[in-house]
Design a protein around this ligand. Structure first.
Ligand code: FAD
Length: 322
C-alpha cells in the first residue's frame, strides 16, 4: 500500500497540518508515505518533511500551482496518484481540499471520506472516523474503491518533533502548465491580524451575543484570547450583531474548528454552533444560565457572569503562560 499526503504550504513552507498528517500516515503502518507539495516551495523545508514521516517527496513546482486554483490542483493530484501508484490519499480538510478532492474522486473513480477526526489501521485497511448529523454521531468509514481519499480536520493529531531526517525529493512540473488554470488569482490580501487561522488554531476563545457590543467584545474576548495564546472566535449572533468579523464565525455556516481548547464565553450552544466546535478536545463554557445547552458538551463549566469571570481567567492565564 502507498499513501500520498497532500502537504499544503504557506509562503513556500509546509503548514502545520502537513506535519500532522505525515506523522499519522507513518504511524498507521500501512505502507510507504509520499509527501506531495504543489507550487513553488523552499527546497530545504520540502526535504525536511522526511523528519516528520515522509519516505519521499514529490514536488510539483509548476508556477501554475502557486495560486492553488482548483482545476490545476485536481490535475496535479490525479497525476501524482498515477505516478506514485498511491492507494490512499490524505489531505487536510481545508478550503483547497474541500474544492479539489470531490472533483478528484469523480475524475479517478475513488471513494472519498471527508472531515475525518481520526484514522486507524484495521487489519491492513484504513478506517476513518467522521462526525455526521452536525456532530451528533460518529461513523467509521472504509473506502472500497482501489484508491481511497480521506480529508482530516486540522488539529486531529499531535505533531511530533522532527527526527531531523531528510527525504529524497523528486521535482518536476507534474505535467501542469498555465493552460490548466481556469481561474486566475489577481491579488492576494493578507489578513490584518497575524493570528493563527481559526481552522488551524490549537486554542480558541469565542464570544456570543451576550457581549452586547463590538466595544465589549474587543475589550473582553480579544484580551482573554491573547492571554490564552488563542485565536478569537464568535457565534453567528455576535457576528450578525457586528461584534466580530464574519471570518471569526464558528459553526455550520462559519468555520469548523478542532482545537485542543475551546472557551465559549456567553454562548448558548445552539446546534449550528456546536456543529463547528463540538469535536474540540477540551470545551470550557461560561454562561449565566445553568440550563444552557453548551453545558451538556462542556468538559468544564462555570455558571456565572462572563464579565466577572473573563478578567479572572485572563489574569490566571497571563500568570500561567507568562
Ligand atoms: C441555518 C442556520 C445556520 C446557523 N449557523 C450558525 C453558525 O455557523 N454559528 C453559530 O454560532 N450560530 C449559527 N446559527 C445561529 C444559532 O442558531 C444561534 O442563534 C446562535 O448560535 C446563538 O448565538 P449565541 O449563543 O451567541 O446567542 P444566544 O443564543 O442569544 O445565547 C447567549 C447566551 O449567553 C448567555 N449570557 C447572556 N449574558 C451573559 C453573561 N453576562 N454572562 C454569561 N452568559 C451570558 C445566555 O444565557 C445565553 O445562553 C445558525 C442558525 C441557522 C438557522
Amino acid at each position: 500500500m502507498s499513501i500520498l499526503v497532500l502537504c499544503e504550504t504557506e509562503s513556500g513552507n509546509p503548514r502545520k497540518s502537513a506535519f500532522e498528517l505525515l506523522g499519522k500516515a507513518k504511524a498507521l503502518g500501512l505502507g510507504t508515505v509520499t509527501a506531495l507539495v504543489l507550487g513553488p516551495a523552499d527546497g530545504a523545508s520540502v526535504a525536511a518533511l522526511g523528519g516528520y514521516g515522509a519516505d519521499s517527496v514529490v514536488h510539483y513546482n509548476a508556477a501554475a500551482l502557486g495560486s492553488h486554483t482548483t482545476g490545476a490542483v485536481v490535475k496535479a493530484l490525479a497525476n501524482a496518484v498515477a505516478a506514485t501508484g498511491a492507494t490512499i490519499v490524505l489531505a487536510s480538510a481545508t478550503q483547497i481540499s474541500r474544492d479539489a478532492l470531490p472533483r478528484l474522486s469523480a475524475r479517478i473513480g475513488a471513494g472519498l471520506a471527508v472531515e475525518c477526526t481520526d484514522l486507524r489501521n484495521d487489519g491492513g485497511t484504513l478506517v476513518g472516523r467522521r462526525p455526521i448529523y452536525a456532530g451528533k454521531a460518529l461513523v467509521d468509514v472504509r473506502v472500497s474503491s482501489r484508491v481511497g481519499l480521506f480529508t482530516v480536520r486540522p488539529n486531529s493529531f499531535p505533531v511530533a518533533a522532527s527526527t531531523g531526517a531528510t527525504a529524497p525529493v523528486t521535482t518536476s512540473d507534474g505535467g501542469i502548465s498555465d493552460a490548466d488554470i481556469d481561474v486566475r488569482v489577481v491579488q492576494t490580501l493578507a489578513p490584518e491580524s497575524k493570528q493563527v487561522d481559526l481552522t488551524e488554531a490549537d486554542r480558541i476563545v469565542s464570544g456570543g451575543r451576550s457581549l452586547k457590543s463590538k466595544e465589549q467584545f474587543d475589550a473582553v474576548i480579544r484580551p482573554l484570547a491573547a492571554a490564552v495564546h488563542a485565536t478569537p472566535g464568535a457565534s453567528r449572533a455576535a457576528v450578525d450583531a457586528g461584534y466580530a468579523h464574519h471570518g471569526d464565525q464558528v459553526g455550520q455556516t462559519g468555520k469548523v474548528v478542532n482545537p485542543s481548547l475551546y472557551i465559549a464565553m456567553g454562548i448558548s450552544g445552539a446546534i449550528q454552533h456546536l456543529a463547528g466546535m463540538r469535536t474540540s478536545r477540551v470545551i470550557v463554557a461560561v454562561n449565566k444560565d445553568a440550563d444552557a445547552p453548551i453545558f451538556q458538551y462542556a468538559t468544564y463549566g462555570i455558571v456565572g457572569d462572563l464579565f466577572e469571570y473573563a478578567p479572572l481567567l485572563q489574569r490566571e492565564f497571563e500568570k500561567m503562560l507568562a
